[in-house]
Design a protein around this ligand. Structure first.
Ligand code: GDP
Ligand code: MN
Length: 348
């Protein structure tokens, strides 16, 4: 199918994006998955979905990263499924350990408090390493050095619709740096001081904040407080160069020094989202529609029937949470970008 003949979802019309031609060339881009060996059987379905709906046409590479060496079985099984080249990397120790400036007793105390409050992953140290790694280090990994764009894939995800155009070429031709599907509200108890730390950073480094930013996506009061909206980072297509930029590097290091990855439980999703909203030009962000996506426990399913039929989607539109007017943030995003909602989505 020639992407030029595709019917665009409303979102792509109002975002004024063009679909790239399939000219047989590839971008410098790769899938990237952080996983444990024990994630293998939850991951194979994710890979199969990505291949069937997209990559069997484009054959992009796939980089797998782990804090422990991958087993031979993990490599055999995943490399048999991926139609591009597969690469397996070990995460360097300094990117997966508690930094010297962290007070371990204080970190343990705060974990105990979070357990008492029933906060998901509240007691988990590996989860904190994961969030810190995804926030600050994945794009520094040697295996990602030669790539410009990445697409993050996690275990247990699904894609429900055919993706007929090259998503990486799409990013390049439309000058996009960060793309997402679902967006929702963070649990405040995991990030009590993240916004104050961010405000302090902005005060000390006003030059990093983009003049044409999307602050209104993350704040309802011009930056006074954080509204908890974040892009759901288990799916991301983004520019590696953005994470490697001076602004983001300075921001991450500032957050890391403050200790919130360990004293609280800062997620990579709010960190990435706040950074994208503040440091990018708002035209560099993109809401992907028409893919149909699932990660436990939420579904995205295109609201427009003609798009679902065209893309041979297998999702039930009644499962879609994209346009919910509470807890989810797509409406907030569209309002911040001054975009109209798709037909059928009322502006209540
Ligand atoms: P959730 O989506 O927030 O519930 O968290 P996940 O369990 O899906 O973890 C996010 C990503 O990090 C997934 O790709 C996991 O496979 C990966 N991950 C989580 N914890 C670890 C870990 O301790 N080691 C490694 N290597 N990967 C991990
Ligand atoms: Mn996950």
């Amino acid at each position: 199918i020639d992407p030029k003949t595709l019917e665009k979802p409303h979102a792509d019309k109002v975002q004024k994006v063009q679909y790239p031609e399939n000219d047989g060339t590839r971008e410098k881009a790769t899938f990237v998955t952080l996983a444990r060996n024990s994630d293998l059987w939850d991951l194979v379905g994710s890979i199969r979905h990505v291949e069937d709906r997209f990559n069997r046409r484009f054959h992009y590479d796939w980089v797998f990263l782990n804090d422990k060496p991958f087993t031979e079985e993990f490599k055999r099984v995943t490399s048999a499924l991926v139609s591009g080249e597969t690469k397996y990397g070990l995460i360097p120790e300094e990117h997966w350990s508690v930094p010297s400036w962290i007070d371990e007793d204080r970190a343990a105390e705060s974990r105990a408090k979070m357990v008492a409050q029933d906060i998901i992953y509240g007691d988990s140290v590996p989860y904190r390493h994961m969030c810190r790694f995804e926030s600050g280090f994945f794009f520094q990994h040697e295996l990602l050095k030669d790539y410009e764009y990445y697409w993050r894939v996690e275990p247990e995800i699904r894609f429900f619709c055919d993706i007929h155009y090259d998503v990486f070429k799409f990013m390049k031709e439309n000058k996009k740096k960060y793309g997402f599907i679902l967006s929702l509200s963070e649990y405040e108890a995991t990030i009590p001081t993240l916004w104050d730390t961010t405000k302090q950073f902005m005060k000390e480094n006003p030059g990093f904040v983009n003049k044409n930013n999307l602050l209104d996506f993350v704040s309802n009061d011009k930056g006074e407080t954080y509204n908890m909206c974040h892009f759901w980072s288990n799916f991301e297509v983004g520019s590696l160069e953005f994470w490697r930029s001076e602004a983001y590097q300075a921001y991450f290091n500032y957050l890391d020094k403050s200790g919130g990855f360990f004293y609280e439980r800062w997620g990579d999703a709010p960190v990435h989202s706040i950074a994208a909203a503040l440091f990018l030009d708002k035209s560099e962000l993109h809401f992907f529609d028409g893919f149909g996506y699932y990660h436990p426990d939420f579904y995205s399913c295109p609201v427009e029937e003609n798009i679902r039929l065209q893309n041979q989607c297998t999702c039930n539109p009644e499962d879609d949470v994209t346009w919910y007017d509470y807890y989810f943030c797509t409406r907030k995003y569209f309002e911040a970008q001054k975009l109209s909602f798709p037909p059928g989505v009322n502006s209540a």
